[in-house]
Design a protein around this ligand. Structure first.
Ligand code: DAH
Length: 353
């Protein structure tokens, strides 16, 4: 019996030598350690052995079993290690190859300007209020004191939007400016606080649309940033202080500003703010067209009619408003001569910012 066991062990170990893959190893385990292996037959034949033989054979058979199991475990480890070594050798990284630079995107120049504007007004306590792009004639014009046939409407011809029901003289349209957001914000505010509304400090950024001839200076789609401050005892001095401070923070501490009288139906008095040309320092150049000044925004004290339309009593409340074009500001800062670049998606343009 001892001899037979030794024979089984030798045969199994010899067979294991030649094995070099997982499935062969599994077959080997079935053949030499499985239920119908010669070794298991030895265990099964225990019943026929004498009392003296049993412990001797049992011990010897167990030793063979343990030895075969250990050998098979070792083989498995060895094969795993070989597999890893092969993979490491085959997949070596060639560190001498130059790396490939990842293409990283960037923010559109208008977005960069918008974010700077948000930051400056954010520091001054203004929140961002977003308003709809599809407006009614009522909000886009009427509530802002542009009655039907008012000549100022001619400057803002727009795209009308088809609506399901006939809206008569209050058609839907793409907003021509961000100013109607002023009315929405005021009405929402006075709706929330009907008795004693706290002050409003907001900027209203967003896309506007006009039915225009597209040229180097005008697009049918552009951004505006509107501003609105309402409270008690707000004066034109507050308007000038806020906007001059904005200009200094946006264009540099030395930026000069000037206010020129102007007209908007929704402000009274109204003005336009110019900034001293930062390219020529007021000497006159191609960007400022020799004027030494660049027009940056329109502004004024909120018209009493507009305050009433927003739910404020003009005897108690006053406020100022302003509106600017971030594309125009971007054009001035970067000396961009054609507004059409902003929408042409030309990487040669966009990658410069
Ligand atoms: N809504 C005006 C426009 O699009 C810009 C503007 C001017 C806005 C004066 C204002 C303002 O709030 O006070 O031409």
């Amino acid at each position: 019996m001892q001899e037979k066991l030794e024979g089984i062990k030798q045969e199994a170990l010899a067979a294991l030598e030649n094995i070099d893959n997982k499935s062969a190893l599994e077959a080997w385990q079935v053949k030499y350690l499985g239920r119908s292996s010669a070794l298991m037959d030895v265990f099964k034949s225990f019943g026929t052995l004498s009392k003296e033989e049993k412990p001797v054979v049992g011990k010897a058979a167990n030793l063979v079993k343990v030895a075969l199991e250990a050998a098979s475990g070792e083989k498995e480890n060895l094969m795993n290690q070989q597999h890893i070594n092969q993979a490491l050798a085959g997949e070596k990284i060639d560190v001498t190859l130059p790396g490939r630079r990842k293409v990283s995107g960037g923010l559109h120049p208008t977005t960069q300007t918008l974010r700077e504007i948000y930051r400056v007004f954010g520091d001054m306590g203004f929140q961002i209020y977003r308003s709809r792009e599809i407006e009614t004639d009522h909000y886009n014009f009427q509530m802002l004191n542009f009655p039907p046939f008012h000549p100022a409407r001619d400057m803002q011809d727009t795209f009308f939007v088809k609506s399901e029901q006939d809206r008569g003289d209050d058609p839907l349209m793409l907003r021509t400016h961000t100013s109607p957001g002023q009315i929405h914000a005021m009405q929402e505010h006075t709706g929330l606080y009907p008795d004693n509304p706290p002050p409003i400090r907001i900027i209203l950024p967003g896309m506007c649309y006009r039915y225009e001839q597209i040229t180097a200076r005008s697009e049918i789609q552009f951004n505006q940033v509107e501003g609105l401050a309402i409270g008690k005892e707000i004066t034109f001095g507050d308007l000038k202080g806020t906007l001059s401070n904005f200009a200094r923070r946006m264009f540099g501490q030395d930026a000069k500003t000037r206010f020129r009288a102007s007209h908007f139906p929704f402000t009274e008095p109204s003005a336009e703010m110019d900034v001293g040309c930062f390219l020529c320092n007021g000497e006159g150049c191609s960007v400022c067209k020799g004027a030494g000044w660049l027009e940056i925004l329109g502004c004024g004290m909120v018209h009493p009619t507009v305050l009433i339309n927003g739910g404020f009593d003009p005897e108690v409340y006053s406020g100022f408003a302003f509106g600017m074009g971030p594309e125009r500001i971007t054009m001035m800062r970067h000396h961009i001569e054609d507004i059409r670049y902003f929408w042409s998606n030309d990487l040669r343009f966009l990658e410069q910012f």
